[in-house]
Design a protein around this ligand. Structure first.
Ligand SMILES: Cc1cc2nc3c(=O)[nH]c(=O)nc-3n(C[C@H](O)[C@H](O)[C@H](O)COP(=O)(O)OP(=O)(O)OC[C@H]3O[C@@H](n4cnc5c(N)ncnc54)[C@H](O)[C@@H]3O)c2cc1C
Length: 468
């Protein structure tokens, strides 16, 4: 179906890109054969690391004519196999396009290339007293281009929203090689269909994002974090809903169970605070006046104790706050260390239904006999459900995981939720797309893909279920 990368293709690529940026050595290709999904791998035939939009334009024009699949890749920190080249072909790495081009303090905008690591954007704008709120837990490793392609969220989404709320302008290369410019340093813009919003979350299947303009806001001057311990996971989940019902909107409300904290302690090789509790909420409050944030802190504390919190740690200085967040940031890696073979789902439910969701997941754990550990952004109703294989037999694991995933999705959908809140459909959830959104919507999705990429060369094997 697709053409292979032969000598003629390699000649074209070495003429277009710097010699060091065309990789064919199998040892170097390995890094580009996977993202952070355990057990999903496919080798590219060649990797190119672009440095300009014009290289990308010429590459796409050539690949489109030759029918060679191209898989865009940011930092490879995705959790749905989006950057894995399922059909081989060319991996187009954006890692070398990593410049912050401008911080415009008059318009409160930043212009960046797609390969900039998200945490670097935070650092750069915070030095200027400005704030880019989206904060995926992977922010020290993932790229802003990947964040846009996945519409990344993060703990602060409850108050500040996800990546799509901050993108005002994009430059992108279409699968044909044409370059388009969308939006600009504009806070408002309703000129025609909103293609920026269509490209956000399109998982590298419609266009390659090559330049980004992001909206910034003033940096909140005061933050207070609370680590709240509960003797029972249900009480923690109910508290998260109760805080929101009380019309308090913290910057984050994160949820963790004791099993994840213990895994984090082993991984970090240190004791973490309040580790005897069964479940925790990690709550961040922010604002501009100390007394306002302290008043919020008292209200949140009251709700927590009304819902049977057993202990609360309060942190209002950076080092103590970092200590409270250390476990939460390490949890994905810590669970991977506990069980190198594991399976993570990323469902989202209306936030008031979180405790119903967690209760049903407990039943699944008993039914299938695998440890199932939940953590996530309970303030947004977004729960990461981790099934651990540990030393259970391989064949049973392979046969059981699809059933567990399907049941997790059924529970979320029955509660009015969806199958992924921020990690994307990618390669790992595509067979469930139709169940999630229905056949008519999938048909529309296919129509959009066809319009952008009639030859289906850009990141094939993602989002869409295989045709029956
Ligand atoms: C420990 C850990 C914690 C995480 N925490 C969070 C979290 O809190 N919130 C969250 O939302 N996610 C989280 N993630 C998932 C992941 O980090 C995000 O999905 C992130 O946006 C991926 O960025 P990346 O640069 O690594 O993208 P990659 O993995 O390289 O690619 C992801 C997708 O984007 C496409 N893509 C990449 N760059 C471009 C481009 N320039 N143009 C077009 N398409 C492109 C790829 O083709 C692929 O489909 C976490 C992952 C890990 C490992």
């Amino acid at each position: 179906m697709y053409a292979k990368v032969d000598d003629e293709v390699l000649k074209f690529l070495t003429n277009l890109f710097d010699k060091d940026e065309v990789l064919v050595d199998p040892d170097l290709l390995e890094k580009y054969s996977h993202d952070e999904v355990a057990g999903l791998k496919a080798e590219p035939e060649v990797v190119v690391r672009a440095t300009t939009v014009h290289q990308i334009s010429k590459l796409m024009n050539f690949a489109n004519e030759k029918k060679i699949p191209v898989t865009p890749r940011g930092a490879g920190y995705g959790l749905s196999g989006g950057a894995v080249p399922i059909y081989g072909g060319i991996v187009l790495s954006l890692e070398k396009m990593d410049r912050i081009l401008e911080i415009d303090k008059k318009n409160l905008m930043i212009t960046v290339e797609p390969g900039v690591i998200t945490g670097k954007i935070h650092e750069a704008v915070e030095k200027e007293g400005l704030f880019y709120p989206p904060d995926p837990a992977s922010l020290d490793s993932c790229s802003i281009g990947g964040n846009i392609a996945e519409c990344a969220g993060g703990p602060r989404a409850i108050k500040y929203g996800v990546t799509r709320e901050y993108v005002c302008g994009l430059e992108a290369v279409l699968p044909s090689g044409e370059i388009i410019q969308l939006g600009g340093k504009l806070v408002k813009n309703v000129t025609g269909y909103d293609l920026i919003q269509l490209l956000i979350g399109s998982e590298g299947t419609l266009a390659i994002i090559t330049r980004i303009i992001l909206r910034l806001i003033p940096l909140p001057r005061v933050t207070i974090d609370l680590l709240v311990a509960f003797n029972e996971f249900q009480a923690a989940a109910d508290t998260a809903s109760a805080i929101i019902e009380r019309q308090i909107l913290p910057a984050s409300i994160e949820f963790m169970e004791q099993d994840s904290l213990i895994a984090c302690e082993k991984y970090l090789k240190k004791e973490l605070p309040l580790h005897d509790a069964a479940a925790f909420l990690l709550i961040k409050l922010d604002g501009n006046r100390k007394e306002d944030v302290q008043a919020l802190c008292e209200s949140v504390g009251e709700v927590c104790f009304e819902h049977h919190a057993v202990d609360v740690l309060v942190a209002d200085d950076r080092p103590t706050q970092e200590r409270l967040w250390e476990g939460r940031r390490a949890v994905v890696d810590a669970l991977k260390e506990r069980s190198p073979v594991n399976h993570m789902e990323d469902v989202v439910v209306p936030r008031a239904r979180i405790s119903d969701f967690l209760r049903e997941i407990r039943k699944l754990q008993e039914k299938y006999g695998y440890p199932i550990i939940c953590f996530g952004h309970s303030g947004d109703g977004n729960v990461h459900v981790n099934v651990l294989k540990e030393d259970r037999p391989e064949d049973k694991w392979k046969g059981t995981i699809p059933k567990i995933s399907e049941e997790i999705f059924d529970i979320a959908l029955a509660l009015g939720g969806q199958i992924t809140g921020e990690h994307g459909v990618g390669a790992t959830r595509r067979q469930y797309l139709e169940k999630a959104v229905g056949p008519k919507t999938v048909q529309f999705f296919r129509g959009i893909k066809q319009l952008f990429d009639p030859s289906n060369i850009l990141n094939p094997g993602k989002i869409f279920p295989p045709r029956r």
